[in-house]
Write a protein of this length. Structure first.
Length: 354
């Protein structure tokens, strides 16, 4: 398969980049290893409901992100998560700064952005190389199909991009580029999703608590308050980075007890014993949850004549907003290198969504 631009990763950065380029007129293919869109903007369907075990909400800061959020609210993809949020232990912050969620799960944002794009799901890119025609050639796991592209965007966490690109060091890629990619480290996190008896009492009056100095916990969210008419209380609890680091490699059969340990600690913190005794529990291990040492630039471009750009939240920040800016900046840079169309602007992206 021969295309103009191959984008590895259907997270926020990859999707907005692919969308902007394809709307300009390029042929674009997104390749994603998992079975859904969104990457760390993730929602799991379970026990007749859903839970956001990745990004919990969107809190726009800049003008562009505010406009995009308003558009997603108009389309009924996002709603305001009303209520009280507790940050820094005793400091109660009400919803003065709105947090936006999706009642059908945060991954709805990604599904919306992926509309009209050509995407191959369930296929991991295991090798990238330049072929004899000086085009990018991508090899997929469990598929004989080779993807050939004029330009390559790698919109995945830097350590995963490093694994793909390290073999090209000294060949097509210089050490400066590889060292910069290698300098980006990530914090891990373990997310616990837990459902409780509908008769559980008392229920918290808050929506979420952020914990800064707890050795086990990072965040407790009353996830079912995002849903319409929830049939039972559902919580999502994120571990601290230290706890995740210590428990990331444990055997699958021990995961359940790690999850219960997290819930037990959360029950102690909020003072509700029933939180330690869920009806059901599921865990997700995020090896690359939050960039620890993000780069202070919107993308990382290689000096190859054939465009190759890495992007994601680790370029410029650590949240959805940074990932989106990084993806859009990458689209502009790819377009400048391929020189086929006029300048691509963030405002074009919004206009094309309308
Ligand atoms: C637990 C948790 C809570 C968070 N809470 C918030 C929050 O409340 N608000 C907020 O704004 N942000 C939050 N974030 C951060 C936010 O989710 C990320 O900043 C953002 O989603 C990153 O997007 P991305 O496109 O850069 O990368 P990703 O979302 O990581 O996307 C990369 C994609 O590439 C795919 N991929 C990787 N390697 C390959 C390969 N070899 N071949 C094919 N596909 C591949 C992955 O499967 C993934 O889909 C949270 C993150 C976590 C983990």
């Amino acid at each position: 398969m021969m295309i103009d631009v191959a984008v590895i990763g259907a997270g926020m950065a990859g999707l907005v980049c692919a969308r902007q380029l394809s709307q300009a007129g390029y042929s674009v293919l997104v390749i994603e290893k998992s079975r859904g869109f969104g990457g760390r903007v993730a929602t799991r369907r379970l026990y007749g409901t859903c839970a956001d075990h990745g990004a919990c909400y969107l809190k726009p800061k800049g003008v562009f992100m505010t406009q995009l959020t308003e558009l997603l609210v108009e389309r009924n993809i996002l709603q305001v998560w009303n209520g009280t949020f507790i940050e820094k232990t005793e400091n109660i912050v009400s919803s003065m700064q709105p947090r936006y969620i999706s009642s059908s799960g945060m991954s709805s944002i990604a599904k919306f952005l992926a509309q009209g794009l050509e995407v191959i799901l369930n296929h991991r890119v295991i090798e990238v190389n330049l072929n004899s025609d000086q085009q990018w050639q991508l090899t997929l796991e469990s598929s004989n199909e080779q993807i050939i592209a004029l330009a390559l965007v790698i919109a995945i966490p830097a350590p995963q991009a490093l694994m793909l690109l390290k073999p090209l060091e000294g060949n097509f890629l210089g050490s400066t580029f590889i060292n910069k990619l290698g300098s980006v480290e990530f914090f891990p996190s373990i997310s616990v999703m837990a459902g409780y008896s509908p008769t559980s009492k008392p229920l918290p009056q808050w929506r979420a608590i952020t914990l800064e100095n707890n050795t086990v916990l990072g965040w407790i969210g009353f996830d079912s308050t995002k849903r319409h008419n929830p049939s039972q209380p559902v919580f999502v609890v994120q571990s601290s980075a230290d706890f995740a680091t210590a428990n990331l490699e444990i055997e699958t059969e021990d995961l359940q007890s790690v999850g219960l340990q997290i819930l037990h600690t959360a029950a102690n913190v909020i003072g509700f014993d029933w939180l330690a005794v869920p009806d059901w529990i599921q865990l997700h291990r995020w090896r690359y949850a939050f960039p620890r040492t993000p780069l202070q630039q919107p993308f990382l471009a290689a000096e190859t004549p054939q465009p190759l750009i890495c992007c994601g939240d680790w370029c410029g920040g650590n949240q959805i907003e940074a990932a989106i800016h990084s993806g859009l900046s990458t689209a502009s840079a790819i377009n400048s290198q391929l020189q086929r169309f006029g300048e691509l602007k963030e405002s074009d992206f919004l206009e094309n969504l309308n």
